[in-house]
Design a protein around this ligand. Structure first.
Ligand code: PEP
Ligand code: MG
Length: 546
């Protein structure tokens, strides 16, 4: 038995056979050809087939994961139509009288090496697109289907890295888990795992020798067991069965209110990243959306989403939630969430840098585009808006002036909009300390405990070496949450938590006793939290422990 540790991207237990995937498995052989015209003709046919595949993939991705992530396939179509790229392949075929596959592989290597050597993050990222497109061409020329799961049984996919064109083609019913060496929390694989609710790991030193071996993925501990011994196997089999039983019990809570024994109703909301998560939220009884991380619309695209594109997304979410509150957080880009086309400069301390509301107040054109889309969508449901990384009253007042300008513009354009509640995220110690003043300016607070903890404890949330110091139950954070709840309530604001801590059921009672009105968690955690809420009796006195 081998146990390998990495990082968990999503929790859960998976037991099954490994499918090791490597796109480098295929050897591209150099071969002389007699008729270069035939070979060029073959290349053009492969290009047409690749364009056709990419078009279909784009349509499928739009349906399943939304416009933003789907756009990558349009970028790939552009690469295929690039004259330099195609010109280089044809040049190699003609001058060296060799086969198209080899010429594609040479061009791919030459161009991607050139891109990778550039002092420009955006161009370096294009190297991966180029390799992806070239692999598709080679697959077509060789008649090779790429990542396909041949077995009837679902499998654990293990790979160095998975790119969108690989994951989007997968038959999702056949995937138990993703385990990769490379990949971040915002990677396609992570997004897909969260959507599918399956365990996923990254930072694992993977090996092709694992192919077809039995394995156990522990998404809670962030580790994988290869060829588990009998004790481990039985232990995890039991854990998995418990997981299934627990899930069945939780399912019985569907349709029941998130109310304490003594009758206090809690707003139990879901965190989402896009339209695709709404169904999952509704199936798990979300009473609203407490955090729509709108930056996901901006990530993994090659250009800014237009007002129309954003409007369509917000409108769809508002409509699907059918009158339930949808809190859209405006763009929280920067720090760990980077989109190349923003052209953000390298920073020494990105978490404390040019990010979130700072960018929006600086680039008001961008901000107004998003606000217009949000306000337009408010005619189709109960939309609220909130702003990330607030540190001062002045910021909130400036935001409100911009909102008024947007409303005047919409009125002049005769565009309908509804009543939009305005809230802020409390995720900096500064916002906590002046929450009495901020409460006079807004309708609600939503506490972002992920960032609040990092800034309060001075611990970079991205740095896994600091995990042992990261005490999410730290008394300082608990006191801050209580202070925010009290200050918010004095001014009639409702107060929620939308950071990961909201899903920590060991703290549910503590939060309810502090007076927290709303808890917003990932869709898969909704029923867990509901179960805990229904066990709390606020009429009975109890020492708050944490
Ligand atoms: C937070 O900081 O707690 C939060 C919810 O926002 P994000 O995790 O997107 O920074
Ligand atoms: Mg945050």
């Amino acid at each position: 038995m081998q146990r390998v540790e990495g990082k968990s991207i999503f929790g859960g237990i998976a037991i099954g056979k490994i499918k090791f995937y490597s796109r480098e498995d295929r050897q591209v052989v150099r071969r002389h050809v007699k008729n270069v015209n035939d070979e060029v003709e073959r290349l053009y046919r492969a290009k047409e087939e690749a364009l056709c595949q990419l078009q279909k993939l784009h349509e499928k991705a739009v349906r399943e994961v939304g416009d933003g992530p789907a756009e990558i396939f349009q970028v790939h179509q552009k690469v295929l139509n690039d004259r330099d790229y195609l010109g280089s392949i044809i040049h190699i075929i003609e001058t060296e009288t060799i086969n198209a596959e080899y010429a594609v592989a040479c061009t791919s290597d030459n161009f991607s090496q050139m891109f990778e050597a550039m002092d420009d993050e955006y161009m370096r990222a294009r190297a991966a697109d180029l390799k992806d497109v070239s692999n598709r061409m080679i697959d077509i020329l060789y008649g090779n289907p790429g990542l396909e799961i041949e077995s009837d049984e679902p499998v654990i996919i293990v790979a160095e890295e998975l790119v969108p064109s690989e994951t989007v083609q997968l038959d999702q019913k056949k995937v138990l888990s993703f385990v990769t060496r490379k990949g971040s929390a915002n990677s396609h694989t992570a997004i897909l795992a969260r959507t599918m609710g399956i365990p996923a790991l990254t930072d694992i030193t993977v090996s092709r020798q694992w192919d077809k071996n039995t394995a156990i993925v522990d998404g809670y501990e962030g580790c994988i067991y290869i060829n588990p011994d009998e004790d481990t196997f039985l232990k995890y089999k039991e854990k998995k069965n418990n997981e299934i039983e627990k899930r069945k019990m939780l399912e019985q809570l569907r349709g029941k209110p998130a109310v304490t024994i003594d009758g206090k109703e809690i707003m139990l909301y879901a965190n989402i990243g896009g339209v695709k998560d709404v169904m999952n939220a509704l199936q798990n009884d979300a009473e609203g959306i407490g955090l729509f991380r709108s930056e996901f619309l901006y990530l993994e695209r090659s250009d800014y989403p237009t007002e129309e594109e954003q409007f369509n997304v917000y409108k769809t979410v508002a409509r699907n939630m059918a009158g339930k509150r949808v809190i859209i957080r405006t763009l929280d880009i920067g720090a760990d969430k980077q989109a190349d086309y923003f052209g953000l400069e390298h920073e020494e301390n990105p978490a404390m840098g040019y990010r979130a509301i700072r960018i929006c107040l600086d680039r008001t054109d961008l901000f107004k585009t998003q606000l217009r889309a949000i306000y337009r969508a408010s005619a189709f449901g109960k939309i609220a808006v909130m702003f990330p990384m607030i540190i001062s009253v002045d910021e909130v007042r400036r935001i409100k002036i911009i909102i008024e300008e947007v409303k005047v513009e919409l009125k002049n354009d005769m565009v309908m909009y509804g009543d939009v509640e305005i809230g802020i995220m409390i995720e900096t110690p500064a916002a906590v300390m002046i929450s009495d003043l901020l409460a006079k300016e807004v309708d609600f607070f939503s506490i972002g405990t992920n960032d609040l903890t990092q800034y309060t404890l001075a611990i970079d949330r991205q740095n896994s070496r600091l995990d042992c110091f990261y005490d999410s139950h730290h008394e300082a954070v608990m006191r801050m949450i209580k202070m925010v709840a009290d200050n918010g309530h004095k001014e009639g604001c409702f107060v929620g938590i939308c950071g990961e801590l909201a899903a920590d059921t060991t703290l549910t009672e503590t939060f309810l006793r502090m007076g927290i009105d709303e808890l917003s968690v990932s869709p898969s955690m909704l029923l867990n939290v509901k179960s805990q809420i229904r066990k709390v009796d606020l009429s009975k006195s109890c020492e708050i422990s944490n």
